[in-house]
Design a protein around this ligand. Structure first.
Ligand code: FAD
Length: 514
């Protein structure tokens, strides 16, 4: 197949990210069709660090230029409150490389200290602070672009991601990149899809009777999956045997005090049958309760969510909030690319909002599609298609496992939901990613992919006393007392330094929204 033209159906963030990448790097003819009747999902999204790769591929190097148009803020971590015991504990999954300042320390030393000095002095929440000193900045929602000091190697360019209004980001890409790069934009609803005898899409029929022919069609129609699922009949496998949350209630809430409330992390708070997200944008805070309809009905979920909001806002304010109920279709299609159709975004698959894996899947697949088209000047064979599908499948499995970890490792037993979470079946490949070590294996090398922070935050202590009493060649610290004293000292110095840095709000006011 030789691709000279691409038609994208859907003008959510997946559609515009794909159009932006393709139009920047190829000379093919690109058309994007979007309906002005069918709404996009956009709830106020949290992104992962790979978002920076998209930005640099699009040459969006100047944060001030694009962030200010998307009400974006910085994100340095994801926080999880009440996921382990449900007793008010909150741990962070900080971004950036492991950071011990200038000291040569290792994650395993934390467990030695915990074992020796106890969990009051070394609670699981301390692990992120110990292994990534940037956590101290995060916990106080401070940001800085001044050269780091010896105990914290924070770099605003490398160690951050963003909270964004995904719809405004799509709008920005449309106006600033896609249209100037020649993307043809059609407002209309695709009503019919005509297939050729070999199963390829021949053309689309829009509601104004216009017909659109193309070599390749990209399905970015959201959960509907109009082309891939509805017309090419690619089967969909739900994740509902492992992931329970199938509904969300989203709400846009105001700031009461930007200085205090504009945190630098996505705050995820576990509830009776799911969890609540808190995503600080520049002009508002996006919040939502993502829950399982098997364990709580819509009415009770609203009551629980409103009770949460009433702890933050006056009662009359909460009663006026507009609640948006959303169905979540979690799972993935068997393939993303079939014949001359590729699905990107929610149309291919979705895990659930936890861990912010929606946008990342979209822009990573857009990147892959762009590479496939450029690789041989538009020539595509099964090599490109099978490679693309393999990557898409791997990506979804990896993110599903990352999300699943939060549920399966919980120690909460207060509701049926959490009791059932602890009994979800996991496959061994996944368990290995969690790095659950036992005394018969050497402690695996720490990887910086989040699992280490999540499993520890959820209370897995690999270096238990049995291990310490009989080390299997594991290099234990020679002088734990000195390590302990140093750490207590370092903490004070880092905290003092953090206190003198600007708040997130101040930083944005001075550098982005000015
Ligand atoms: P949509 O936004 O649904 O866009 C679909 C587009 O297709 C629309 O423009 C629509 O008009 C068009 N369309 C549909 N049918 C037709 C037709 N027949 N003809 C023409 N046009 C048509 N991701 C994150 O990374 N971080 C998060 O924190 C996060 N939170 C989420 C919370 C919830 C509750 C949900 C549901 C998702 C969340 N996501 C998150 C995922 C994220 O919102 C999506 O990945 C993102 O919005 C991209 O969506 P999309 O473009 O695939 O689909």
């Amino acid at each position: 197949m030789k691709i000279n033209s691409v038609t994208i159906v859907g003008g959510g963030s997946a559609g515009w990210m794909t159009a932006a990448l393709l139009s920047k790097y190829s000379n093919i003819k690109i058309t994007l069709i979007e309906s002005d009747n069918i709404k996009t999902v956009g709830v106020g999204e949290s992104t992962l660090q790979l978002f920076n790769r998209l930005l640099s591929r699009l040459h969006l190097y100047d944060d001030k230029e694009w962030m200010s148009k998307c009400n974006a803020t910085y994100k340095t971590s994801i926080a999880f409150k009440n996921w382990r015991d449900g007793k008010g504990e909150r741990f962070q999954y900080p971004f950036g490389d492991l950071d011990f300042g200038t000291y040569k320390m290792s994650p395993s030393q934390f467990f030695e200290l915990q074992s020796e000095y106890g969990r009051d002095l070394y609670p699981f929440e301390e692990f992120a602070r110990f292994c990534n000193h940037k956590t101290f900045l995060t916990e106080k929602s401070k940001l800085t672009s001044s050269p780091s000091f010896s105990l914290c190697n924070f770099n605003i360019k490398n160690d951050t991601s963003y909270h964004i209004d995904a719809d405004l980001f799509g709008e920005y890409l449309k106006n600033e990149l896609c249209i100037p790069n020649g993307v043809k934009h059609i407002i209309g609803e695709v009503e019919d899809v005509q297939l050729k005898s070999n199963g390829d899409i021949s053309h689309l029929v829009i509601n104004n009777n216009q017909t659109i022919y193309s070599d390749l069609f990209v399905d970015c129609t959201g959960f509907k999956s109009l082309l891939l699922e509805k017309h090419l009949n690619v089967p969909f496998t739900s994740f509902n045997n492992q992931l329970f949350n199938d509904k969300a209630i989203a709400v846009r809430t105001p700031y009461l005090n930007k200085e205090l409330e504009m945190i630098t992390y996505t705050d995820c708070v576990a509830m009776s049958a799911g969890w609540i997200w808190n995503i600080p944008l520049w002009h508002r805070i996006g919040r939502g309760y993502c829950y399982s309809s098997k364990y709580i009905d819509e009415y009770d979920a609203e009551v629980e969510f409103k009770n949460y909001l009433k702890e933050i806002y006056p009662l009359d304010m909460v009663e006026k909030f507009e609640l948006n109920h959303i169905n979540i279709k979690h799972g993935k299609h068997k393939v993303s690319w079939k014949n001359n159709c590729v699905a990107i975004g929610l149309s291919y698959g979705f895990v659930e909002p936890l861990e912010s894996t929606g946008l990342v899947t979209s822009h990573e697949l857009s990147n892959l599609l762009c590479d496939a088209i450029l690789r041989r000047d538009g020539f595509i064979s099964s090599y490109d298609v099978d490679y693309f599908n393999g990557c898409a499948n791997d990506m979804m499995n990896k993110y599903k496992n990352l999300v699943l970890t939060h549920y399966t490792l919980t120690q909460r037993t207060d509701t049926q939901y959490w009791r059932d979470c602890a009994n979800i079946n996991m496959d061994f490949e996944h368990i290995k990613m969690i790095q659950y070590p036992d005394i018969h294996t050497s402690y695996p090398k720490p990887r910086n992919d989040g699992f280490i922070f999540i499993s520890t935050g959820l209370g897995i202590s690999p270096l238990n006393n049995a291990f310490l009493s009989e080390p299997y060649g594991f290099p234990l610290s020679e002088n734990l007392d000195i390590l302990h004293e140093n750490w207590q000292e370092h903490k004070k110095i880092i905290e003092e330094w953090v206190d003198n840095q600007p708040t997130h709000y101040q930083y944005l006011k001075d550098n982005i929204y000015c």
